[in-house]
Design a protein around this ligand. Structure first.
Ligand code: NAP
Ligand code: G4F
Length: 321
């Protein structure tokens, strides 16, 4: 039987690398869209590079995506590419909108032009709930984004719904709460902490500067979340889903657990630096993923303390080598 073909945008990112591994294990032929850069940044996919095919395209350029779709002929497209760092969205709001918002329209329209039967997954975000209007947040909770990134994701979400309703495309959004891993970018708070803890333990630094310690997030493991993306696209009906653990923890708690993994007290090392405080904050997120549990049979497997420990131990190990 012919292998199913999937195209992943953002394959060099955290989620792209885990999703590629997952789809390969399901027997897929995996294509990854990468953008041109002056140096290679394949660290997260080096271990599977001989099993996947990389094609060049950019969310800012619809022609490139039409060509990528014609070349790869996928049955499923996972749109994980985005300017995904919330803090940067204040200093680059137009770029964030071009990529994270309009990029979704360009890709959807390229699919409509080349093959409207392709199934489409959009990486929507709990950041869309922003100043939350309901606790916990589910698929029906109204959005109130608090950053240019959040605003761009709301656009990406609704244009996906719109292409589904206007053009009868099988286009869906996964509204994913924060998910982390040892492959998380170093600028995000969890990896910044796990890396900071490892550096302090090894005597390379003595302090870790952070912003708002009281912000609360529903943190899960990225490896669990990519499975949910795939399950969503296998459903007969095109519907959106919230994916979360249902538990929330503060940045302060993350620090406590992370430092305790290596026998240190976080209060001896963490300092607050105004530079990391955001112009508008998302104070509290906690998701209700009961729809995913009911219809997809999905639930988060890795719990908070295990996630923190996995990240700290990985950073310790890689700094030692
Ligand atoms: P990430 O590690 O920052 O990866 C982003 C990917 O997008 C990278 O591969 C990047 O390529 C690519 N990209 C950026 N701009 C592009 C462009 N103009 N054209 C083509 N590719 C471009 O993000 P992630 O954590 O894996 O997240 C994946 C997606 O889920 C993102 O859309 C994010 O906004 C969304 N999301 C993430 C979370 C989370 O907690 N991780 C939660 C909800 C939603 P380069 O390597 O070349 O930079
Ligand atoms: O790790 P963060 O930068 O993630 P944030 O802003 O929640 O966004 C991530 O999750 C979203 C899903 O809700 C994704 F859509 C998005 O793409 C991204 O993956 O910050 C988490 C919290 C914030 O409240 C921030 O103010 O940590 C707080 N924080 C405190 N000190 C810090 C720091 N964040 C960062 N990055 N760096 C700090 O020093």
């Amino acid at each position: 039987m012919a292998k199913s073909r999937a195209l992943i945008t953002g394959i060099t990112g955290q989620d792209g690398s885990y999703l590629a591994e997952f789809l390969l294990a399901q027997g897929y032929e995996v294509f990854g869209m990468i953008r041109r850069s002056s140096t290679v940044n394949f660290e997260r996919i080096t271990h599977i590079q001989d099993k996947i095919s990389l094609v060049t395209g950019d969310l800012l350029d619809e022609v490139s995506m039409i060509n990528v779709l014609k070349q790869t002929k996928p049955r499923e497209v996972y749109n994980l590419a985005a300017q995904s760092f919330v803090q940067t969205s204040w200093s680059q709001p137009v770029f964030t909108g071009e990529t994270t918002a309009l990029g979704v329209t360009r890709l959807l329209d390229a699919i409509r032009t080349v093959d409207p039967e392709i199934r489409f997954y959009q990486a929507s975000s709990s950041e869309m709930f922003g100043r939350v209007l309901e606790v916990p947040q589910n698929e029906a909770t109204p959005f109130y984004p608090r950053s240019p990134y959040g605003v761009a994701k709301v656009y990406g979400h609704w244009i996906t719904v719109n292409y589904r309703e206007s053009h009868q495309m099988h286009a869906i959004s996964g509204i994913l709460f924060n998910h982390e891993s040892p492959r998380r970018g170093l600028e995000f708070v969890t990896r910044k902490i796990s890396n900071g803890v490892a550096r302090i333990k090894l005597g390379l630094e003595s302090t870790l500067a952070l912003g708002n310690l009281e912000a609360q997030r529903d943190w899960g493991f990225a490896g669990d979340y990519v499975k949910a993306m795939w399950l969503m696209l296998q459903q007969d009906a095109a519907e959106d889903f919230v994916i979360s653990t249902g538990e929330t923890h503060s940045v302060r708690e993350f620090c406590e657990v992370a430092f305790s993994v290596v026998g240190l007290n976080w209060q001896d090392h963490v300092v607050v630096d105004e530079a990391f405080i955001r112009p508008a904050e998302v104070d509290f997120l906690v998701g209700d993923s009961s729809k995913a549990q009911r219809l997809l049979g999905w639930k988060a497997e890795v719990e908070f303390p295990a996630l923190v420990e996995m990240m700290v131990r990985h950073d310790l190990e890689s700094l030692r080598n």
